[in-house]
Design a protein around this ligand. Structure first.
Ligand code: TXA
Ligand code: MG
Length: 315
C-alpha cells in the first residue's frame, strides 16, 4: 500500500500545473482541480462534458479557508460545520465578489464542503488551498464509488487517480443552502438527514425549490447505459423473473429470479454505500436491463429514492 501515500506528492504536482486528479472522498470520487486556477476549472467542465450552467463544489481542509470564499457565514452555518464537518454536507453560502463565476456558474453563491476521507484531507492539506471537485463521472452517468469506476468512466483520458478504496457513504453529499432572507433550504438530499439538520438548528428545513436551486440535477441523472426500471411489491413481474439476462437489485427479501441478483439489504446506510457499485456491476453488455426493487418510503431512504428516481423509470 506504500504507493498510495506516495501518490499525494504526484497529485499535488499535477494540480499545481493545472491538471486534474481523481480524488477519493467519503461520498463519491471527485474530479479535482485547483479552485484558484480558472483554466484548470474549465478543464473539469470539458473532461466531464458538463454544461457551464452547472456550478461546482469547493472543497476545503479547514474552516479558516472559507474566508476566501464565503462573504457571510451565519450562525446556522457555524453550527452545521461544527457538527458535520468533515463529512457529507455541502453548504451553499453567499460568495465573495472575488470567487470565480466559472465555479459558481455565474451565481452569487458558492457551495462548500470539507470531505472526511483521509486521502482527500491529506491532498487538500498538502496542496494548501481549495479544490473544486464534481463527481468523477462523465455528465449524466453514475457517480463512482471506487477507483475502478473512475477508470471505467475515463478509460480514454489520461487522468491520475488517487487510490482511496471504496467510498464509505456512497451517495453524493447533502446540499443545504443557508442564504440571508431565506430558511435553510435542502437542494439535494444525502446521508446527512433533514431530521438531523433540523434537530441541530431547532428549526424547519425547507424542501421545496425556492429562489435558489442546485442547477444540473437532471431528471435523467445518474443513469446506467442499460434500460433501468424500478418496481414496487404491488407490481406483478410476470415472466421477467424467468429471463436470464436481467440484472436485479433488491433491498432484502430477494425474489426468486433467473437473472443476476445483487441484494443490498434492508439497512439504508449499507444500501446507499453499495448502490452505485451495484449499478456499475450490472451495467454491462451481457445483460439487457436492470430492475430495482423500491426500498421503503420512510425518511432514512430519502437520498436513495432521490437517486433511484433519476436512475430508473417506474414500471
Ligand atoms: O459528495 C459530493 O458532493 C461530491 C464529492 C466529490 O464531493 N461532489 C458532487 O459534485 O456531487 P457534483 O458536481 O456532481 O454535484 C454538485 C451539485 C450540483 O448539482 C450543483 O448544481 C450544486 O452542487 N451546486 C454547486 N454549487 C452550487 C451553488 N452555488 N448553488 C446551488 N447549487 C450548487
Ligand atoms: Mg455529479
Amino acid at each position: 500500500m506504500a504507493h498510495i501515500t506516495d501518490q499525494i506528492p504526484l497529485a499535488v504536482a499535477a494540480l499545481s500545473q493545472g491538471e486534474l486528479v481523481a480524488m477519493p472522498t467519503e461520498t463519491v470520487y471527485g474530479l479535482a482541480a485547483d479552485a484558484a486556477n480558472d483554466e484548470a476549472v474549465a478543464k473539469v467542465f470539458a473532461l466531464k462534458g458538463r454544461p457551464a450552467t452547472n456550478p461546482l463544489i469547493v472543497h476545503v481542509a479547514d474552516t479558516s479557508w472559507l474566508e476566501d470564499w464565503a462573504s457571510d457565514i451565519s450562525d446556522d452555518a457555524k453550527l452545521l460545520m461544527a457538527a458535520f464537518w468533515p463529512g457529507p454536507l455541502t453548504l451553499v453560502l453567499p460568495a465573495k465578489a472575488s470567487v470565480s463565476r466559472t465555479i459558481t456558474a455565474g451565481q452569487d453563491t458558492v457551495a462548500l464542503r470539507m470531505p472526511a476521507h483521509p486521502q482527500a484531507l491529506a491532498l487538500l492539506q498538502q496542496f494548501g488551498r481549495a479544490l473544486v471537485a464534481p463527481s468523477a463521472n462523465k455528465y449524466m452517468s453514475i457517480s463512482p464509488t471506487s477507483s475502478e469506476h473512475v477508470a471505467r468512466q475515463f478509460a480514454a483520458d489520461e487522468l491520475l487517480i488517487l487510490e482511496g478504496g471504496n467510498c464509505e457513504v456512497g451517495l453524493e453529499s447533502t446540499i443545504l443552502a443557508l442564504l440571508p432572507g431565506d430558511s435553510p433550504r435542502l437542494l439535494r438530499p444525502g446521508m446527512v438527514s433533514v431530521a438531523s439538520i433540523e434537530a441541530l438548528l431547532g428549526r424547519e428545513v425547507a424542501q421545496q425549490a425556492g429562489g435558489v436551486v442546485a442547477p444540473g440535477q437532471h431528471h435523467k441523472h445518474y443513469s446506467p447505459g442499460l434500460p433501468c426500471h424500478r418496481f414496487t411489491d404491488a407490481v406483478d413481474m410476470g415472466e421477467l423473473v424467468d429471463i436470464e439476462n436481467i440484472g436485479w437489485i433488491f433491498c432484502g427479501n430477494p425474489k426468486a429470479v433467473a437473472g443476476t441478483v445483487i441484494d443490498l439489504g434492508a439497512s439504508p446506510d449499507a444500501y446507499a454505500q453499495g448502490l452505485y457499485d451495484a449499478l456499475y456491476q450490472l451495467d454491462h453488455g451481457a445483460l439487457s436491463a436492470i430492475y430495482v426493487a423500491e426500498p421503503p418510503h420512510s425518511s432514512e431512504w430519502q437520498a436513495v429514492h432521490n437517486r433511484l428516481e433519476r436512475a430508473a423509470k417506474p414500471l
